[in-house]
Ligand binder design. Structure first.
Ligand SMILES: Cc1cc2nc3c(=O)[nH]c(=O)nc-3n(C[C@H](O)[C@H](O)[C@H](O)COP(=O)(O)O)c2cc1C
Length: 198
């Protein structure tokens, strides 16, 4: 698919055909492309938890969602045949920047203007979202509720140093509900771009 078409067509898809798994080669391509993302100091302090079997996906939803009375959003999202949880790893950045070529040997967090560990995991995630479009798949990035973090880590044996920045659902598109957020529309370029000065 032409690049501009990929960008234009990307949108969060919140329902999937549960009978069509994502082919393993496509899963591999999503992940390989994620690893092409830029990262501060080439730290690559990220990890990706891939959940593709029904048991793995059920464990994800059980750990992170209130399934007793699922709203339509949650019901449809559970149709996704693939979940990929991108995780950031702050310590990898503190250690990388303590190396001689960076020189932040004190590992002080105040040195960081913004948390690059989360940013880099986000860049990798966007590459997966764009790859999904290129593969004519739907995908959605959504949050892991903070109150479910411990249950999430326990369910999958995730070390405490790793923070899930969210979750990406992937699958073949099924008719879905339009997000009410979209009523906001895209902000016009003049409103957000400051050329030369603010
Ligand atoms: C950091 C981040 C968190 C998001 N969290 C959720 C979420 O928890 N649930 C959800 O349905 N969509 C979530 N979204 C998707 C946004 O609602 C969506 O990107 C926005 O409404 C624009 O729509 P589009 O991506 O389809 O163009 C999130 C997006 C981002 C970038």
């Amino acid at each position: 698919m032409e690049f501009q078409e990929v960008v234009r067509r990307r949108r969060m898809v919140r329902n999937y055909d549960p009978s069509r798994p994502v082919p393993p080669a496509v899963v591999d391509r999503l992940l390989a492309n994620a690893l092409r993302a830029p990262s501060a100091g080439f730290s690559q302090g990220w990890a990706f938890l891939v959940l593709s079997t029904p048991a793995e996906r059920a464990a994800y939803w059980e750990a992170t969602a209130d399934l007793a009375d699922p709203d339509p959003w949650l019901r449809d999202m559970q149709n996704a045949p693939l979940l990929i949880v991108p995780l950031s790893h702050k310590q990898a950045y503190l250690d990388r920047y303590a190396e001689p070529d960076k020189g932040w040997a004190d590992r002080a967090e105040e040195r960081w203007s913004v948390p690059y560990w989360h940013i880099d995991a986000g860049f990798a995630t966007l590459l997966m979202l764009l790859t999904a479009v290129d593969e004519e798949l739907g995908a959605c990035f959504f949050g892991v509720p903070p109150e479910h973090m411990d249950a999430f880590r326990a369910a999958f044996g995730v070390p405490g140093q790793y923070t899930p920045i969210g979750c990406v659902s992937v699958g073949y598109r099924a008719p879905d509900r339009r997000s009410p957020s979209l009523r906001r529309g895209h902000r016009p370029i003049e409103e957000v771009v400051h050329r030369g000065s603010w």
